[in-house]
Design a protein around this ligand. Structure first.
Ligand SMILES: [Zn+2]
Length: 318
């Protein structure tokens, strides 16, 4: 668990700083229930862009917790363990939303469900995302059938597969609604992954938008209109050049990033056009270049956005 003291105070309002500090301190001492705090919580679980496992940041994932129900958005490497570090009990898992079928967003999709079951999950989990989510889920259970059968028979666990309800999404619009939240999806621009989605969560007390991976997109602007928080992918151009010089597929990788992601300056433009209160830079590219400081990320987005800017850190509660 990182301390807020590691972040520049300038990026937080005093109220946010106090709120984050209180939230982190509380999370460190006690598990949910969230209802005790009566607030929809967003926790960044993994803030680095790209599938390569790293020390500095986990794979892409966020969780929104409302009234003891966990809504996970993306399942990059390490998502189950990051939930544990965030003190979100795994049996609270209720919904999983996948933005697109890149491995830094899906690597631990099946593992999250499977490991939550070993941690005591006994209730329905609905999963939402682009095809082939149904086939992925079926093949995952088939691949791990030996363990699942053994634990069901030997440890008295309820069968896992019937708990999981898969919903493949191909179009934008309202995804689902329950007593806690309404979830809406927009199609975003992340070639060659079609469809790729951004998701908006409208809870009673706040609205949160997760862009997923996308080039600068008017559909994100539309989806995020008036939202309290926009979590947006971001790259830092000068450092992308440094990043790609280290790999043999430099030219292709750089072109892929430029075609399918959003510069920090453009995330500010999107946030400004949408009129959001807080912009969270996440899915950072590069994810671990010490030469790109928080102040540099903020300065890039500040050039185009007048609201609050937060540089995403794993386990930061917003
Ligand atoms: Zn992607």
């Amino acid at each position: 668990m990182k301390s807020t003291a590691t972040y520049p105070a300038a990026i937080f309002s005093r109220r946010q700083l106090l709120g984050a500090a209180v939230g982190l301190a509380t999370a460190a001492m006690t598990p949910w229930p969230v209802s005790a705090q009566g607030r929809t919580k967003l926790i960044l679980l993994g803030t680095g862009g790209g599938p390569r496992p790293r020390k500095a940041s986990s794979g892409s994932a966020q969780v929104i917790v409302i009234n003891d129900a966990a809504y996970v958005v993306d399942c990059g490497d390490g998502v189950a363990r990051q939930l544990v570090f965030a003190n979100v009990t795994l049996p609270a898992l209720r919904h999983i939303f996948i933005t697109h079928q890149h491995s830094d967003h899906t690597a631990d999709y099946g593992n999250l469900i499977w490991l939550a079951w070993t941690a005591g999950l006994r209730t329905q989990v609905d999963t939402w995302g682009p095809p082939p989510l149904q086939k992925m889920t079926e093949l995952f259970f088939e691949m791990n059938a030996t363990d699942i059968k053994a634990r069901t028979a030997d440890e008295g666990r309820i069968p896992l597969a019937p708990l999981v309800h898969v919903h493949e999404l191909t179009r934008p619009g309202i995804v689902m609604q329950d007593d806690n939240v309404k979830v809406t999806a927009a199609l975003v621009d992340h070639p060659p992954m079609v469809p790729s989605f951004a998701y908006r969560f409208d809870a009673r007390d706040r609205s949160i938008v997760i862009s997923g991976d996308t080039a600068r997109s008017d559909s994100v602007v539309e989806l995020a209109k008036g939202a309290d928080v926009l979590v947006h992918t971001a790259y830092y151009l000068a450092a992308v050049d440094r990043l790609v010089t280290r790999v043999p597929n430099a030219a292709s990788l750089k072109q892929s990033i430029l075609n399918g992601q959003t510069s920090a300056e453009d995330t500010g433009r999107v946030a400004q056009a949408a009129g959001v209160k807080t912009l969270v830079l996440s899915h950072l590219i590069p994810p671990d270049d010490p030469a790109v400081t928080d102040q540099m990320w903020i300065a890039a987005a500040r050039a185009t956005f007048g609201g609050t800017i937060i540089v995403g850190k794993d386990l930061l509660e917003i």
